[in-house]
Design a protein around this ligand. Structure first.
Ligand code: PMP
Length: 364
């Protein structure tokens, strides 16, 4: 049998490993920034009814342009931000990862360059690679928050076709201010993509408010986090209608299955119910931050549903010790740091108790 190395694989994929956090069966999963609360019974009921209705027409292709779902997403965004967003400004796909891929297919590619500020969401780098887009990373300053000056000088130096700003940033939790995004947009001739996967957890205004008059600004959002639907695979773009036209040039026909559209429509009818845990998760996030500070770790202020902390002597060892205590957190590849997702009150207590015991344990 042929091994992977024997296949005529593209050069840039040789020696690479697939992306993904370990999926380990453990009691307390705080490693992938999911919502620990399952959709309420009424939501499950509505999803079931919509899916049953859709199942009866599965011999037909789904609505290629997902019109009804886009209308519903536009209404959600209007309610959330107060911005007058229309259906024509929304484009959904299978998770915001697919949205990001479509953006790079349309605006990146061979001979084009993407720029991001690391540490940040590593799929920006990987999707760039997968679409043969050159990827340049500029380091964030200590404390990780971006300034207009840093962003503008990086843009001037690298002249990106696609600029990624993740806000709140995964894994650091900081938010890019409106000044940073305005400065980036003014300096950049390419597309400015603001990844707001964790937007609902942030008290800061969404970059969606900056859309009027900015045709190259793109906001990427998802139903995977605050809206409890990571398993449904549904993310979307909010942008000018011309950007949606561009994405339609690269999307696969019928990319969003009738099932996914049905799930999204049913869930959005219950958007208030799905959002009900956001405040509770912010409370748990703040509990984690306070407990870690008490243990004298370096804690970065977060507007997302996770906390990055540093001052860890050996992050692999701490990760393993927490796993031994049935708590799975994320080693994000930053030396001396780990990231932990806010869980239920009980899960959060389990994490705090475990890390307190490990940290206070006298060295053997
Ligand atoms: N953007 C960021 C910043 C993320 O952290 C994630 C998921 N971890 C995604 C996008 C992708 O999420 P999804 O494909 O589930 O929408």
């Amino acid at each position: 049998m042929m091994a992977l190395a024997d296949l005529p694989l593209r050069d840039e994929l040789r020696g690479q490993s697939p992306y993904g956090a370990p999926q380990i069966d453990v009691a307390v999963k705080l490693n992938t920034n999911e919502n620990p609360f399952a959709p309420a019974d009424a939501v499950v009921q509505s999803i079931t009814e919509r899916v049953v209705a859709a199942a009866g027409s599965l011999n037909r292709y789904p609505d290629r342009n997902a019109e009804e779902l886009r209308r519903s997403l536009a209404q959600y965004v209007r309610e959330l931000t107060g911005s007058p967003i229309e259906r024509s400004q929304i484009w959904p796909a299978n998770g915001s990862n697919e949205v990001l891929q479509q953006l790079l297919q349309a605006f990146g590619g061979p001979g084009r360059r993407a720029l991001a500020f690391e540490p940040s969401y590593s799929m920006h780098r990987l999707i760039s690679r997968g679409t043969s887009t050159e990827y340049v990373a500029v380091s964030r300053p200590s404390g990780f928050a971006l300034s207009p000056e840093l962003v503008m000088s990086a843009i001037t130096e690298h002249a990106p076709d696609v600029l990624f700003i993740c806000s709140p940033n995964n894994p650091t939790g900081d938010v890019a201010t409106a000044e940073v995004i305005e400065a980036a947009y003014a300096a950049c001739a390419g597309m400015v993509v603001v990844d707001e996967a964790y937007g609902e957890f942030s008290g800061s205004p969404s970059a969606i408010e900056l859309l009027p008059g900015r045709e190259r600004l793109v906001i990427v959002r998802t139903l995977s986090k605050a809206l409890e639907l990571a398993g449904a695979r549904l993310g979307y773009v909010v942008a000018a209608p011309s950007v949606v036209d561009a994405l339609q040039l690269v999307r696969l026909p019928y990319h969003l299955s009738a099932m996914t559209q049905a799930v999204g429509l049913a869930a959005l009818e219950h958007r208030q119910s799905l959002l009900q845990w956001v405040d509770e998760l912010k409370t748990q996030r703040d509990r984690i931050a306070a407990a870690l500070a008490e243990l004298e770790y370096v804690v970065y202020p977060s507007e997302a549903n996770f906390v990055l902390f540093g001052g860890v002597a050996d992050e692999s060892q701490l990760w393993r010790s927490l796993l031994d205590a049935s708590v799975l957190v994320r080693d994000v590849g930053i030396s001396g740091h780990l990231r932990v997702t806010a869980g239920t009150a009980q899960e959060t207590s389990t994490f705090i108790d475990a890390i307190s015991a490990i940290t206070r344990e006298p060295a053997a």
